[in-house]
Design a protein around this ligand. Structure first.
Ligand SMILES: [Zn+2]
Length: 101
């Protein structure tokens, strides 16, 4: 992600990602605050990825095992393995940053 104040390029680490669930960050270059904007393209990409990566495999898992709890466990694994890394990538590369004053 890029600082909107000074254009400093900041890698979004896992620590930063989990430390800021709402997308508020402090630039290490200029020390100013900024946040990641919630854009339509980001929401659409994330929802589409969630459906493809978790919904369909979860339905398939349920079809094979017929176990509610196994299906929930499979869903959690799919979210952790695919959706969270994809969300971090979107935060880093797709979501524009907005200055916070
Ligand atoms: Zn900056």
């Amino acid at each position: 992600m890029t600082c909107p104040h000074c254009s400093h390029d900041i890698p979004l680490t896992w620590k930063k990602y989990f430390g800021s669930p709402l997308g508020n960050h402090v630039c290490p270059g200029c020390g100013k605050n900024f946040k990641l904007a919630l854009t339509a393209s980001y929401v659409v990409l994330l929802v589409a990825a969630s459906i493809v990566a978790t919904g369909m495999p979860t339905v398939i898992a349920f079809f094979f095992v017929h176990s509610f709890w196994y299906t929930i466990a499979a869903y959690v694994v799919f979210v952790g393995a695919v959706v969270i890394p994809f969300d971090r990538w979107l935060d880093d590369k797709v979501r524009p940053s907005k200055p916070v004053h």
